[in-house]
Design a protein around this ligand. Structure first.
Ligand code: AP5
Ligand code: MG
Ligand code: ZN
Length: 215
C-alpha cells in the first residue's frame, strides 16, 4: 500500500501515521522528521533546512524531492509506505508521481485530515515529541502515562522549536497558500479520502480505516 497523509499543521498526521504504519506494516516517511534528524546530526542537508523550519517556511522543492527520492529507494519502502508531510506543493506531487511511475507504481490513496483552524494552536502548543522514536503526545488530549517519558520507548519528550504561536501562524499560512491546492489535484485523480480530524485520536483512527475501506 502506498499512502499520503495531508492536513494543516497539527491536524494529527503524525499521530495517525503511527497507528497506520503499525497496522499495515508500512514504512513511515515523514519529511519533517527527516529534516529534524538531519538538523540534530548537523549534516549539510540539516544546515540548509534549519533556516526554513525555524521560519515556518517550506524547504525548497528540489532539496525535499531529492531527499524523498533517496528515502523511497531504501528496502523498507519496497513493501509499502506512508508519506507524512510530503508532497506539500503541486510540483512535489508531480515529482512523486513521476518517481513512482519509473517503477510502474502509483499511490493507492491520499488521506486529508481536516480540523478547524481555531483548534490547531492548542494542539501544537501542547504537543510533546519523543526525542528517540518521534512519537507525538499532547499534555491534555493525549498525555503519556508518565509525564515527560515516551510510552513506547522510554525516550525523553521535548517541545518542537517551531511550535510557538507565531511560527504556527506562519506554517498555517504556508499551508493555505502552497499545500491546500494539492487537495484539488488529488481529488481530480480520484485519490482523495476526506477524514474529519475534529474527534478523539481513536475516533479519527477509525474514520481513517473506513476511508481506506478497511473497516
Ligand atoms: P512537519 O513536521 O511535517 O510539520 P507540520 O506539517 O506542521 O505538521 P505537524 O507535524 O506539526 O502536525 P501533525 O499533523 O503531524 O500533528 P500531530 O499528529 O503531531 O513539518 C515541519 C517543517 O518541515 C515545515 O514547516 C517545513 O519547514 C519542513 N517540511 C516538512 N515537509 C516538507 C515538505 N514536503 N516540503 C518542504 N518543507 C517541508 O498532532 C499535533 C498535536 O495534536 C499532538 O500533540 C497530538 O497529540 C495532538 N492530537 C493529534 N490528534 C488529536 C486529536 N484527534 N484530538 C486531540 N489532539 C490530537
Ligand atoms: Mg507531524
Ligand atoms: Zn519514543
Amino acid at each position: 500500500m502506498r499512502l499520503v497523509i495531508i492536513g494543516p499543521p497539527g491536524a494529527g498526521k503524525g499521530t495517525q501515521a503511527q497507528y497506520l504504519v503499525e497496522t499495515f506494516g508500512l514504512a513511515h516517511v515523514a519529511t519533517g522528521d527527516l529534516f529534524r534528524a538531519a538538523i540534530s546530526q548537523g549534516t549539510p542537508l540539516g544546515q540548509e533546512a534549519k533556516k526554513y523550519l525555524d521560519a515556518g517556511q517550506l524547504v525548497p522543492d528540489a532539496v525535499t524531492v531529492s531527499m524523498v527520492r533517496e528515502r523511497l529507494r531504501e528496502p523498507d519502502c519496497q513493501r509499502g509506505f506512508l508519506l507524512d508531510g510530503f508532497p506539500r506543493t503541486v510540483p512535489q506531487a508531480e515529482a512523486l508521481q513521476a518517481m513512482l511511475a519509473e517503477n510502474g507504481a502509483a499511490l493507492d490513496a491520499v488521506l486529508n485530515i481536516d480540523v478547524p483552524e481555531e483548534k490547531l494552536v492548542a494542539r501544537l502548543t501542547g504537543r510533546r515529541v519523543c526525542r528517540r522514536c518521534g512519537a507525538n503526545y499532547h499534555l491534555v488530549y493525549n498525555p503519556p502515562r508518565v509525564a515527560g517519558v515516551c510510552d513506547r520507548c522510554g525516550g525523553e519528550l521535548y517541545q518542537r522549536s517551531d511550535d510557538t504561536e507565531e511560527t504556527v501562524r506562519r506554517r498555517r499560512q504556508v499551508y493555505r497558500e502552497q499545500t491546500a491546492p494539492l487537495l484539488a489535484y488529488y481529488r481530480q485523480q480520484g485519490l482523495l479520502r476526506e477524514v474529519d480530524g475534529d474527534q478523539s485520536v481513536q475516533e479519527v483512527g477509525r474514520a481513517v480505516l473506513r476511508a481506506l475501506g478497511r473497516q
